[in-house]
Design a protein around this ligand. Structure first.
Ligand code: M6P
Ligand code: ZN
Length: 191
């Protein structure tokens, strides 16, 4: 699939990148504990549906100083009132940052550090978002089409999903009056 001696890949839009090394699919069943409306989650799953929320096409490298490339495609939609999003993570290596580059669609990037400092950035075609070291990051698709973006991050960054799971993000993105709206997360636990 990927020739390790080749250093180029191509952005295919909602098809991700090609070639890539690995493809990760996240279905609603993989994100049971993430969406705020647990009742909506269980209703969808018990009706036999299990929507694909997002896919990540990734090329990872090994040595310190090398850079990984990921292309994430978040499918449009909501669970209850809440727009589809990525799980969100801190980096295990807290000294590492990341850059997101918008390819198509529209959405938001939520960023939050361990002291609770919160930041939000818009992402659409051509947007470049810098995620500083120490900030957990989650992308949210607020549009009607796939949100596609590239991510570039150090090969030794690592994904820490647990820390942000313990508190949740301070804000969530829901539809209010037909529009995406950032509201306080009622389940947010400051530590
Ligand atoms: C981006 C990068 C990846 C990440 C992916 C999905 O492509 O940040 O490292 O895996 O988004 O985000 P998450 O891992 O939080 O589900
Ligand atoms: Zn990251």
């Amino acid at each position: 699939m990927l020739d390790r001696g080749s250093y180029t890949t191509k952005i295919l839009g909602s098809g991700g990148i090609y070639p890539y090394e690995s493809k990760i699919e996240r279905y609603l069943s993989d994100m049971r504990d993430y969406f705020i409306d647990r009742k909506a989650v269980e209703e969808i799953l018990s009706s036999g549906r299990n929507p694909l929320i997002y896919v990540v096409y990734e090329i990872s490298r090994e040595l310190r100083g090398e850079l990984n490339v990921g292309c994430t495609v978040i499918y449009p939609g909501k669970i209850g009132d809440e727009y589809h999003f990525t799980k969100g993570h801190f980096h295990s290596n807290v000294t590492t940052g990341e850059v997101y580059i918008g390819v198509s669609g529209e959405g938001l990037i939520l960023m939050q550090d361990k002291n609770g400092a919160f930041n939000v950035g818009e992402i659409e075609t051509g947007t470049v978002v810098y995620v500083p070291p120490g900030f957990a990051h989650r992308a949210v698709n607020t549009g009607k089409t796939e949100l596609v973006f590239l991510a570039v991050y150090p090969s030794d960054a690592g994904h820490d999903y647990e820390t942000i799971m313990r508190t949740g993000f301070a804000k969530i993105v829901v539809e209010r009056g037909g529009r995406p709206t950032l509201i306080d997360n009622p389940n947010y636990r400051r530590i």
